[in-house]
Design a binder for this molecule. Structure first.
Ligand code: HEC
Length: 203
């Protein structure tokens, strides 16, 4: 579980040439690679911090006490990491089945969730990331979140979740839909909003 790692393979490579969208008569060019660089940096920090803090909290106080890490700190973490990565960079975790309604997907996120699932169904493998044009908001960078053993303690099949953990979840999240997952399942997405000003080559 501590070996929980993700390979952010090709998306991190900022290759020059080839994949930029060129815009005529403008000196700077919008580039998916530039968005992906900002997005993958933020997403990696969120994954690492969250797993580290969850593991430490579970080790020291048990799984039920670690619920606060996901509930309170995940929100603060997404804010502070976004700020650290750059102005206007904002993050969120979302899913088709949420525990907290606050994390429910908006229409662009619903499209992204559907895109990842569709590619996985047709190609047999989920994309490691995706850049979406978000209109006036700029761009959104997404990475899939997979369930590992650590997550099953709080997101697994209901009858496999320890009674004390189940009780806290039931009390705080009466509308919880984020159970029933097993290791390897697609749990949802990390979304990183990247303002258009950060989506240009060389910036
Ligand atoms: C200690 C219990 C616990 C563990 C372990 C845990 N989570 Fe959560 N998770 C929660 C709680 C509680 C929330 C609701 C957070 C909130 O209120 O915003 C949540 C929310 C989420 C969300 C946001 C969408 C939603 O359902 O509201 C995602 C995505 C998520 N968890 C994925 C994971 C993944 C992936 C792992 C394993 C790396 C994991 N969680 C491990 C308790 C846990």
């Amino acid at each position: 579980m501590r070996s929980f790692r993700y390979v952010l393979a090709a998306c991190c490579v900022v290759a020059s040439g080839g994949c930029e969208r060129s815009s005529p008569a403008v000196e700077s060019r919008v580039s998916d690679a530039a968005v992906a660089q900002v997005g993958s940096d933020a997403a990696r920090q969120l994954r690492e911090t969250l797993v580290k803090r969850l593991t430490a909290a579970i080790d020291s106080g048990g799984t039920a006490s670690a619920i606060d890490v996901c509930a309170l700190e995940a929100g603060e973490m997404t804010d502070s990491i976004g700020d650290a990565v750059g102005p206007g960079v904002a993050m969120k975790r979302t899913s088709t089945r949420v525990r907290n309604a606050r994390n429910a997907p908006d229409s662009l996120e619903q499209a992204a969730l559907a895109y990842f699932q569709k590619v996985a169904d047709s190609a047999g493998e989920m994309p490691t990331s995706w850049v979406q044009d978000a209109g006036t908001e700029g761009f959104r960078y997404y990475e899939p979140l997979r369930v590992v053993d650590l997550c099953v303690q709080c997101h697994g099949p209901v009858d496999s979740i320890a009674p004390d953990v189940r009780a806290v979840i039931a009390e705080r999240y009466p509308e919880d839909r984020a159970t029933g997952y097993t290791s390897g399942d697609f749990r949802g997405l990390i979304r990183v909003s990247v303002p258009a000003s950060r989506a240009h080559d060389g910036t």
